[in-house]
Design a protein around this ligand. Structure first.
Ligand code: SF4
Length: 250
């Protein structure tokens, strides 16, 4: 598959273990899930499109905006120009693992691994792929999707794919997005524990509030804190939303 990139930008990582670190974000176009339950809606070419806050990268309706990279030199140069010296790289999307057979992406990753950049993949963990030596050097953030996304369980949960990543990646942490209803009725923790009970390996678990504006984040995050303390999970904010709201490319 041709490598399609929705956007490349330099910012700070706003979520999870690397929160606050200067990073070049490489956001691929295309996802295998829709996450309509996150209820972000955009009017585009006369149609209302519903999905996540990265809908412009996840939904192929936006594919005309994506840039096709056929040459790793061009992609490498663009990343180097955006970043400032010793930056991390966050490969996000969309779903990056859809491109793990793409030569341009693999050559680009190899170039930056050789230069000791830390590379973090933000994946929904539902796609099985074979690891090669390049992919084994990557850190994975597994944002496994729960029932609040409204995607079918069979599509969003792939235990074999998650275990494969746990077995081969340089490091792994899970990042689960919860809303207050799932915190209050216990369904969020039940779904998370059902997944974790089926996998083994070394990992951390972060809970993160659903929401793409400060009011919703504030409402949801206070329900996460007791769950983190009870279950020995870590709490993640969404710093970029506090700073910029739901703006693209920051
Ligand atoms: S898996 Fe991620 S990128 Fe894909 S639709 Fe869901 S939230 Fe968006």
């Amino acid at each position: 598959m041709m490598l399609k990139i929705s956007e490349i930008f330099y910012s700070i990582q706003g979520e999870g273990r690397q929160m606050g670190r200067p990073s070049v974000f490489v956001r691929v176009g295309m996802c295998n899930l829709t996450c309509k339950g996150f209820s972000e809606s955009v009017q585009y070419e006369g149609k209302k499109i519903i999905g996540c806050d990265s809908i412009y990268a996840a939904n192929k309706a936006f594919s005309k905006e994506w840039i096709v990279f056929e040459d790793s030199k061009k992609l490498i140069s663009e990343i180097e120009q955006k970043g400032n010296g010793n930056f991390d790289i966050v490969l996000t999307g969309g779903e990056p693992s859809l491109y793990f057979g793409n030569k341009v992406l693999l050559e680009t990753l190899k170039y930056f691994i050789k230069r000791h950049h830390h590379i973090y993949v933000e994946s929904n963990g539902s796609v099985f792929f074979d690891f090669n030596e390049i992919l084994k050097s990557l850190h994975f953030t597994l944002g496994v999707k729960l029932s609040n996304t409204l995607d079918l369980k069979e599509k969003r949960i792939n235990i074999k794919a998650i275990q494969n990543i746990l077995d081969h990646a340089k490091s792994v942490y899970f990042k689960f997005v919860l809303n207050q209803e799932m915190c209050k009725d216990g369904s969020g923790i039940a779904e998370i524990n059902e997944i974790l009970a089926q996998v083994s390996g070394s990992y951390e678990v972060y809970l993160m509030p659903q929401g793409s504006d400060i009011e919703t984040l504030n409402r949801n995050i206070k329900f996460l804190l007791p769950l983190c303390l009870e279950n020995n999970f870590y709490l993640s904010d969404r710093l970029h939303i506090r700073i910029w709201g739901n703006k693209r490319g920051v």
